[in-house]
Design a protein around this ligand. Sequence first.
Ligand SMILES: [Zn+2]
Length: 290
Amino acid sequence: MTDPRPLPLPDSEELDALGVTGDHRTIYNFLYERRELPPTMKEIRKHVRERKASLGDSIDPEGDGEAAQLDRRKRDLHKKFDIRVVKLGDGQSRHKLFGWADRTNPNAHVINRRVRFEVLQSGRCNKCGRTAEHDGVKLVVDHVIPQAWNGSNDISNLQPLCEDCNSGKKDYYGQFDRFAEEIRDAINYDEPHRRIAMLLLAFQGEWVPSELLAAVASAKQYQEDWQKRMRELRYFGWDIKSKREGTRGERVRVFYRAASTTSLPSTSLAEITRRIEGERASAKKASRTS
Ligand SMILES: [Zn+2]
């Protein structure tokens, strides 16, 4: 799915043609030059400030407004380029320019007919369970992880929804578009525990639909039991609440939210989980045999 074209060079005409100018240009150039050692957000801000100062532009070095504006500028670049959060040895979040965003590929949004057919084959809405045949609903192909949050066109990320459920979902998720960058970042973590945790964090204590959690948990490798991965976060001091919604005859929907969180260690969460569970199992065994 990745667009194989080489990236535009800093200050190239290609960037002009893409409309990457001003602060956007400064940030792009910096990310391009620092592909091997991607910068932190703090370094990006510092670089832009210095660049502006060298051009004699007025700057407000400590201004919160300016920081927020720069974050937005960087987010704008996500529309054209694939910029991911990576962590090096020091555990800091760094922003790495990987390539073109799939969305700049004009064919990226097209779901081919075979896939569409396969997704819609059940003839039933995945949310309310109504069918085209008996209820006369029109089914559409929905992205479980929305495309705006870097959800892919892979069949594992597609589901049939009726038009009502699809527009209801758009309204619900629309509220969280302000966390879009955090959600995109959550999806990029290598460990399923961390993807789940970061998604819950991105929603800032609001209810997250279980199907979104399931999709994000499986975003890099299929998770047979993502609920267990989520429950295991309690070993790290997390408290996750759930609620069920749905009237009789409708499908019950489950939501989760993080009631309290801790900062997670940067080492393998799966390994720590295995160790804790191993210790508990042997403690249990010891108490039985004594
Ligand atoms: Zn429906």
